[in-house]
Design a protein around this ligand. Structure first.
Ligand code: GAR
Length: 209
């Protein structure tokens, strides 16, 4: 069992930061036995950085380098250093729109999680809520999963279903999925912090409860 008081999160995000706010709030009110040690963003001036500032959490913009969808070598090294300097136990992707590979995943093996706005393996990739509407599914949701070399592919930790309603727009559906994420992500991170998640191949189990 991990010492819950000292379980340190490093949150990476590119956008609004509403999942960061939910996670930081759960840390604050004690429902998530962890603390956010640092917030990093590839987007200068991203709302997630402002929200981290407002919450009194250390944060920084680290430029992603020369690629559009991933970090270049120097940026990857800078992210690894910042997370190690902050002594994080778990890297939490919260709307981080860059693919993490190789060196990064080796540096934090089995210690990187992501939230994705669909019931994976359906609708990986961008704008999953829009993909769900376009496909015509009646139920979608949110997934928390470990991050591996594939895109939105790692072992699933938790999922919550969300209905798709007849007059949904992409924005309304994403908002409903967001609400599910804000419940699901802090709960799943809490289970990891308490040492309750065991990995068996591609499956995760809840243990020791
Ligand atoms: C969330 O809906 C998250 O699932 C999604 O970005 C949004 C970030 O919102 N992530 C992905 O699509 C990653 N494939 P937030 O910045 O308000 O937390």
């Amino acid at each position: 069992m991990t010492d819950s008081v000292s379980f340190r999160l490093g949150v990476l995000g590119s956008g609004e930061g509403s999942n960061f706010v939910a996670i930081a709030g759960a840390c604050q009110d004690g429902t998530l036995p962890a603390s956010v040690a640092v917030v990093l963003s590839d987007v200068e001036g991203a709302a997630i950085l402002q929200r981290a500032n407002e919450a009194g959490v250390a944060c920084a913009h680290i430029a992603p380098g020369k690629f559009r969808t991933k970090l270049d070598e120097a940026a990857e090294a800078a992210y690894i250093k910042a997370l190690n300097d902050a002594e994080v136990d778990l890297v939490v992707l919260a709307g981080f729109m860059r693919i993490l590979k190789g060196e990064f995943l080796r540096a934090f093996e089995g210690r990187v999680v992501n939230v994705h706005p669909s019931l994976l393996p359906a609708f990986p990739g961008l704008e999953a809520w829009k993909q769900a509407l376009d496909h015509g599914v009646k139920v979608t949701g949110a997934t928390v999963h470990f991050v591996d070399q594939g895109v939105d592919n790692g072992a699933i930790i938790a999922q919550e279903t969300v209905p798709v309603l007849d007059d949904d727009t992409p924005e309304i559906l994403h908002e409903r999925i967001h609400s599910a994420e804000h419940r699901l992500y802090p709960e799943a991170i809490g289970a990891i912090a308490r040492g309750e998640i065991a990995l068996r191949g591609r499956r995760t189990m809840r243990v020791g409860r």
